[in-house]
Design a protein. Structure first.
Length: 365
């Protein structure tokens, strides 16, 4: 299958490598095309994972990676487009991509923060009548870090709970998506998918409760030394609010509680058994985190927590931990992160009744 991978970050390079190794014809596009110069010189992308290190050749055949010159080239004749980018990119990318989409395509946002709705609305605003499915899940399919022109993948997702907007297209969309990611698990709709997002549960407590070490040391691993019992208790309380919202809205278990990510027994989480240990053992997450600019603040906190708080308000579910963390983050950054966030108010959906929301999720914009 021809697959377009959009973006130049860690997850994008990991997706290009993984999907090419699965035998797909992959086109990779990034906005800064000059950043591909190193790849072009060596003629291959180097990938390292549990199987060792190998090189994936550049080219336009199955099992190869083609470097696309334009976004139109990346999306042309591709039944599936994978966008493993931070949700901070969605507002600019969605209207740019919309004119290039065609009937039957599937756009996959791992994860989405309800970006599926934003992309669908951009398609309509562009006057494009194509029937396109937008799918989103709770995490990237990879724990990965890019180092120049090579990518290291510490773990692959084994379970990807995935919802589709609009849900009436879920059957065909998930069948297409499963050809690339057999680990997807169908869930009710895109809002259910958005409420599986793990980043806003993991990262805000870690960066805010590790603010001192992050600002003091040149590099700090929030997942290793930074993950302590007191922080885990806050994370568990935050995740309980997410699950309470899902329950109030009638979404069924499994809710993929984050505690399963750290557990050695019980239900398997999205990255399977022992993923947290693989992450800390890799050393790739010992990094510099600028609290004003890092995606953990601008994506997971500003967009992710604001979405959780606003959805809780709409559903009538209190979210004091999420609201408290968002307030502290606003004080740290000197910005009103809720006002800047991806809220139902900002999406102009807060006025919908539950019945109207259900209709929107099923039928589309």
């Amino acid at each position: 299958m021809r697959i377009g991978v959009i973006g130049g970050g860690h997850g994008c390079y990991a997706a290009a490598a993984d999907l090419a190794e699965k035998g797909h014809q992959v086109r990779l596009w990034r906005r800064d095309g000059a950043a591909f110069d190193g790849l072009r010189r060596v003629g291959a992308l180097e990938v390292t994972d549990y199987r060792g290190t190998r090189r994936i050749a550049l080219g336009d055949g199955p099992g190869q990676i083609e470097l696309a010159a334009t976004l139109a080239d990346a999306s042309a004749d591709a039944p599936l487009l994978v966008i493993p980018l931070p949700s901070t990119t969605h507002a600019a990318l969605a209207p740019e991509l919309a004119p290039h989409l065609r009937d039957g395509q599937v756009v996959f946002l791992p994860p989405g923060t309800f970006g599926s709705y934003l992309f669908a609305r951009a398609l309509k605003d562009a006057g494009n009548p194509a029937e396109v499915a937008f799918a989103e899940t709770g995490t990237l399919p990879y724990l990965a870090r890019k180092h120049g022109d090579r990518v290291v993948i510490s773990a692959y997702a084994t379970r990807l709970p995935t919802g589709v907007f609009p849900s009436r297209l879920a059957g065909s969309a998930l069948a297409t998506l499963a050809q690339a990611y057999p680990s997807i698990e169908p869930i009710e709709d895109a809002l259910s998918g958005a409420l599986m997002n793990a980043g806003p549960v993991i990262h805000p407590p870690l960066i805010l409760m590790n603010a001192g070490p992050l600002e003091h040391f040149e590099r700090w691993d929030i997942h290793n030394e930074g993950t302590q019992p007191s922080i885990r208790r806050v994370t568990d309380a935050l995740d309980a609010e997410r699950i309470a919202i899902r329950t109030a809205l009638g979404y069924a278990a499994p809710h993929f509680p984050l505690a399963d990510h750290y557990a050695s027994e019980g239900d398997e989480w999205m990255y399977g058994r022992g993923a947290h240990g693989k992450l800390t053992d890799s050393g790739d997450w010992r990094e510099t985190v600028d609290l004003g600019t890092h995606r953990y603040m601008l994506e997971d906190t500003r967009l992710g927590l604001s979405f959780l708080v606003s959805t809780g308000r709409w559903a009538g579910v209190p979210t004091p931990v999420a609201q408290g963390l968002l307030s502290v983050a606003s004080a740290v950054t000197g910005r009103d992160l809720y006002a800047e966030g991806r809220t139902l108010e900002a999406l102009e959906l807060a006025q919908l009744t539950r019945e109207a929301m259900a209709t929107l999720l099923a039928r589309g914009v």
